[in-house]
Structure formats: structure tokens, C-alpha cells
Design a protein. Sequence first.
Lengths: 419, 273
Amino acid sequence: MTDHIDIIRVEGSTRHRAQKRFQLYGLLAVSLSLAFLFIMVGSIVLRGSSAFRQSFVQVEIELPADAIDPDDVRGTRFGKFLKQALRNKFPQATTQKDKKQLYKLVSATAEYSIREQVEDNPQLIGTHAKIWVRTSSDVDIYLKGYVDTDLDESKRRLSDQQLEWLALLQQENKIESRINTKFFTGGDSREPEQVGVLGAVIGSALSLLVCFLLSFPLGVLTAVYLEEFAPKNKFNRIIEVNINNLAAVPSIVFGLLGLAIFLNFFGLPRSTPLVGGMVLALMTLPTIIIASRASLRAVPPSIREAAMGIGASKVQTTFHHVVPLAMPGMLTGSIIGMAQALGETAPLLMIGMVAFIVDVPQGITDATTALPVQIFLWADSPERGFLEKTSAAIMVLLAFLIVMNLVAIILRRRLEQRW
Amino acid sequence: MNSIVMRENINTMIEHSDFAPENSIISAKNVDVFYGEKQALFNMNLDVVENSVTALIGPSGCGKSTLLRCFNRMNDVIPICHVEGSITLGGQDIHASNVDVVSLRQKVGMVFQKPNPFPKSIYDNIAYGPRIHGMTTSKAELDEVVEKSLKRAGLWDEVKDRLDKLGTGLSGGQQQRLCIARAIAVQPKVILMDEPCSALDPIATATVEELIDELRERFTIIIVTHSMQQAARVSMHTAFFHLGNLVEYGATSDIFTAPKDERTQNYITGRIG
Ligand SMILES: Nc1ncnc2c1ncn2[C@@H]1O[C@H](COP(=O)(O)OP(=O)(O)O)[C@@H](O)[C@H]1O
Ligand SMILES: [Mg+2]
């Protein structure tokens, strides 16, 4: 007979409690960070989602054939027809002040929108057309329910008179809320109802492309040289330490460097994705080098021995075996580095990517802005209408980031090989 | 380590390693190896007989791997490692300035302790060596080399239907035979094996041992092993090392039945290890 062997777990033993406590702390930390993330994203979505809709108003507009040359629609001013149409709709607006308020119901860019619609549809000329145009931002914001009508009239952007007109238009179903496609297809604008993020998105994408094309080959080659070929001497130790230091340099310093060297010395064009990408490449390079070296180090030495054992030279061993095995890690590292670069604002401000540019860039030498700078610009604008646009642009930036990280994950899954 | 003991070792070593075969392919003369300040091999003299199996035995850390890696200059890649003395392959000094390490390693292949196939297809594992050395001119010729190498390594029947599958997906024993096939594919003269069976189960070990027995007709094999039985089974000659010295070297049967040195005797009877 053996003695009783005690293997029963003792609840409440010190070891047991320590483990439970630790698990609790971990859980607490995770839920706390999740909560913060949730609050942050939630508040952005709450504030920003209304930016994806825009109010439109229908105007019945007289387009006299004798005043519009069908061959020169572009040169025609439609403002006066629009104003006439508005006055016809609300004839009681007779004073200068009332008329001004009346015109302010529609977007300041409405006459261009009418022009475009007439250009697309020349048979409208000479008719009594019903045309939908954007409301002004103030009206849009009111219709989205952001304006407290109990407030004294003097403290509101819209007067009682204007609200009355709007109520009438709503009754006649002449106001509609539509999906704001312009936000995804347009560039920047002075008018909040008219802005789009496409210019900034393309600007960011082009900058990142330049950044990747410059920093990835350079970073990977540097890492391969330092990790596989460089003799371990004092000189290379110094280079190594400095690369690590470079990764910690504040990004604005790189912006200043870009301003001094790329713009002032080499005379490259200001505000362009070319220079933006170069500056971001400077910043990303250390990250890529460090990530690439780590993934080179993670390649088991047995693979190097195997290749050298059958007579592969150092270069063959490195480029046939080690680099392909390290590639997934290098790519993920680079994409993470670039995701960081995507959010960088300060260095881009230094090289003039903060300029107000309406056109969507066509190439890397067109002046443009970038998403984070666009967010900064809109956040800095006093108009109430920019508030929702700012949050919406942040959502676009986050989506861009998520896409980049997904690409990193997919690449990694695809390329990863087991040994 | 006690340096007085070491002096003594060197003296006894000279006394016992008087085995000087005629038909030697590799010959080490007065080889000293250092890792930084630390000396790992002391005044090594060893002649390896052509087309035979030579076993290197001895306790851990006595320098067996170090010596093996001298023969194909794999120690070159360890920055702190420093080799002195002369090593000849077929009469040529392998440290001569006109020697191409790449050609040397083609002639002196190596199989490692842990099977290390490339994470590529079985076919590419074998084909890689002939490709980089430009040994074949056509795809058909390469196919033939792959087939022949796999057959010689006794692996052909097991893998002929899945040559495009990952080499790393094979079992441990198959992987090690794949590595042997990979070494054979570049037509070496000598194959160095560093404890090739230490990561394998007994059945896989037996298969590899049989393979070694067949290979010795074409190749000179130098095998480091921890297992006395294995040395006795596969080798013709055995060298016993202790603390960086060659203690005794001779026909395997002599070493195992009538060791001259007390340390050899202690080791093979399991008293030091
Ligand atoms: N890369 C290395 N750096 C420093 N010392 C080493 C290295 N490789 C081996 N040594 C030392 O050299 C001696 C012999 O090692 P090794 O040849 O691996 O022995 P064995 O293969 O007989 O077990 C050991 O003392 C070991 O610590
Ligand atoms: Mg060893």
C-alpha cells in the first residue's frame, strides 16, 4: 500500500491566488485599452458619419435660350439665373438684407454645379428646369439637427426668416438628403459642403509610394550588408548605434532637413508627393533597417550552413536563401514603418504640403496635400461644417491604415515559409 | 583547464598517433585552432584514408566538430576562429591563397547534426548545388542528377511522387537522407558528417548507417559520432579526441578491442563521457 499522494489543487493557496490576481490584472488592462479604443473610434464615427450625407435643394430655374450660348456654357455666369429663381420662389424677400439671406440658403458653389449640369444636358437651355443644388453648409448643419433653434436668433447662423423658408421648402419636398459622393471624389474647398478627401488620399498614396520605392530597397540592402557582410568592427558599431538613434529623431527634424536639402539646395518642387515621399523615406529608413535586421537574424543559421556546405558563396547564400526567408518580416516591418509615415504631419508641413490645393494630383510632381495635413487644416477651420468633415477624414485615414495593415498580414501569410 | 595537464596530453598524443596510412586524401599537420584567445585544438596530426569511413569520437567539447569544420573551411565564417598549421586535400594545401573556398566546399561536402533541408521543394533541394556550380546544361540532365542523388541516398522510392513538395515536410530521417543526397549531388570527394544521427530515432539511424556503408565505395566519409556502437558499426578507422588533443587513432577494431591509451579505454567503457 502506498501512502496517500496529495495532488488535489488547494483553492486559495498563495500560488493559486497570485495566478488569479495576475490574470485579473491582465484582463483589466486589456478591457481598459479596448474601452479607450472604443470610445475614441465611437466618438469619431458619431461625429463624422453625418459628413457622408449632404442636403440638396431643388430650384426651379429659368434658363433663357437667348442668354446662354450652347457652345460656351462654360463662359456663362449662372449666378444671376439662380438668384432670380430664388427670388421667384420667395417673392416676399424684397429688402437687400432678405435677398442676401435668401441666397445664403444654397451653396456658394451652386452656380458652378448648375453650369456643370447644363453642360452635361444642353437640352435644358431654353426651359424652365428643376435643378438640385447643394444647400449651404449652415443649412446642411441645421437640417442634420446640429443647431439649437431655441437659441436667440442673433446667436444662430440662420435667421428665423431663413428657417421659415426652409420649412416651406421641406413641406414641398424640395429638400433631400443624399449621399455625399463629392466627399470621396473631390479635392479641398473653402466651402465645407463642397470638400472632398480624394486629393489628400491620392497625395498620401503617392507620397507613400515614393517613400516605399526609396526606403525599401535602401533599407533592405543596408540591413543585409550590416547583418551579413559588414565586419564587426568599431566603425560598423558606430553606424549601428546611429541608425538606432535616427529612429528616435523627432519627425519635424526630418522635415527641416527636407526643406533645407531637397527644396532649397536641390530645388525640387515644393508641396509635392515627390518631396513628401523623400522626407517620409528618411524617417522610415531606420525603422525598415531595424525590422529587416531583426528578420534576417531570425533566419536559422542552419540554413546558411546548409547553403555554404554545398559551396554557395556568401552572396549566393544571402540572396538565394536568407533574404527570401527574411522577406515576409522585412515587408511587414516596412509596411508598419509606412503606416507610421502615413500619419506624419509635421515633416510635411515643413515642405509646404499644407498649401490649399483644390485639384486632385495627377502625378508625383503635382502640388498636393496629405491626409493628416488635410485633417489638420480642416480641424483648424472655424466653420461648424468642417467639424464633421474632420472626423470623416479621420475615418478615411483609419480605413487607409487598416487596409495597409491587412496588406501586411496577407503578405506575411502568403510569403511565410516554415522550416 | 590545467595547462600542465595539456602539455602531458601533447606528449602522450605523439606517442600514440603513429598511424600514418599510405593512401590518405586529407591530411592535417600541426593544426592548432583558436576561438579568440581560447585554444580548441592542439597540434593535431591526422591522415584520413581515402574511400573509407573514419569516425571521430570523444567527449563533448573536445573539438571534433571544430576539426571537421576545418576540412571544408567552414570555420572561416566564425570571425573569432583562427586556424594554424597545414591541411591538405589530395596533396593541395586548402589554405593556399589560390584556393577557391567554393570549389573546396563542393569537393568536401557536409551533413549537419540537425537535418537542415532548404524550405524549398525536394527537387530544388537537390538541384540547388548543381545549379550554382553550373554542373548541368539542360533540364533533363539536372533531372537525372536529382534522381541519381536521391537513389544513392535511398530516398528515391519514398519521394519520387512528390518531388515538388517541401523538403521540410519530410520526416526527420528522410530529411537527413535528403541532406545527404543534396551533398552527393555536387559530386564531392569527401563527405563530412557531424553527428548525423543524433536527432534521429533508432530506425532512421539504422537506415542512415546502411546508407553510409554504401556510400563509402565512392566517397571518403568522416563522421563525428557520440555513439560508440555507431563508430564500431560504420567506420574502418577511429580517432579518439580528448580536450582538444588527438589521443589515439587507428583501425576501429584495434581502438575498440585493444586501446593503447588509458583515456581511450575509460571513454569506450563509459567511464569518461
Ligand atoms: N563558435 C564558437 N565560438 C567559441 N568557442 C567555440 C565555438 N565553437 C566551439 N567552441 C569551443 O571549442 C571547443 C570545441 O568545440 P566543438 O568542436 O564543438 O566540440 P565537439 O564537437 O567535440 O563537442 C569547445 O570548448 C567549444 O566551447
Ligand atoms: Mg560537435
